[in-house]
Design a protein around this ligand. Structure first.
Ligand code: PEP
Length: 246
């Protein structure tokens, strides 16, 4: 199981107190991998006190270096001590115009720099209502998954955009159905290795629903936004993952 927290554009150094409490829990729960994706400004200080918690970036540029004001390269993340990066989060796809092609390019650049990647996919509300969710997610995987990714270096996060930050989640049957589809598509793209790539669910995961969601077959962990900002909310999610892993 992997429980990953995406802090988005939240937090200053004071938020590292929460990381300290999360790191203490992670040290006590070796059967669960725990990751935090803080804003760029907090990566280096987070790494310094992360213990066993994996620290990653929330994005990187698809080009290795150059005149891209305001951007952060994959090798800069490595330099700051990050070991993973999110690629194609729905807020990047919707708010920054990231296409599948760009997401794949970012992932390839990140892998070449030595980072592990979390490829995010997920339909919007209209896609789900129009019964196009499977088609959309399949196309995102076809377009965004880097062929050089492996079960060791890549994770896929299924995050329906309409569930992010909304307090709404798909039913267990909907999550299960989509994870089955993602698994089949990963095997199609990557061959045997696709059977072992971890698939996370993300979208309004909370202490209240974590046990049910993490208990769904082929849910290998969670990508958590709002509930990762405090140890009080995030630690019970790690506990739920530990219980499922037993
Ligand atoms: C996310 O940002 O990836 C996310 C899942 O957010 P939330 O848990 O707040 O819905």
């Amino acid at each position: 199981m992997l429980i990953a927290g995406n802090w988005k554009m939240n937090g200053g150094v004071a938020l590292l107190d929460e990381l300290a409490a999360i790191a203490a829990k992670a040290a006590d729960t070796p059967q669960v991998d725990v990751a935090i994706f803080p804003p760029f400004t907090l990566i280096a200080p987070a790494v310094a006190q992360a213990g066993t918690v994996i620290i990653g970036g929330q994005d990187c540029h698809q080009v290795a270096a150059g005149a891209y004001t305001g951007s952060t390269s994959a090798s800069m993340l490595v330099d700051a001590g990050a070991t993973q990066v999110l690629c194609g989060h729905s807020e990047r796809r919707a708010g920054f115009g990231e296409t599948n092609q760009m997401v794949r390019a970012k992932a390839e650049t990140a892998l070449a720099a030595g980072l592990h990647v979390v490829i995010c996919v997920g339909e919007n509300r209209a896609d789900r209502d129009n019964r196009r969710a499977g088609h959309v997610v399949g196309a995102q995987l076809d377009g965004s998954v880097p062929p050089s990714g492996t079960a060791e270096t890549m994770v896929v996060a299924y995050e329906p955009a309409w569930a992010i930050g909304s307090g709404r989640t798909p039913t267990a049957a909907e999550i299960s159905g989509m994870h089955d589809l993602i698994r089949a598509k990963l095997i199609q793209i990557l061959g045997e290795d696709g059977a072992c790539v971890r698939i996370l669910y993300g979208g309004s995961v909370s202490p209240a629903n974590a046990a049910e969601i993490l208990g769904i077959p082929d849910v290998d962990g969670a990508l958590v936004g709002g509930a990762s900002l405090t140890a009080a909310d995030f630690v019970p999610i790690i506990t739920a993952a530990a219980n499922v892993s037993q």
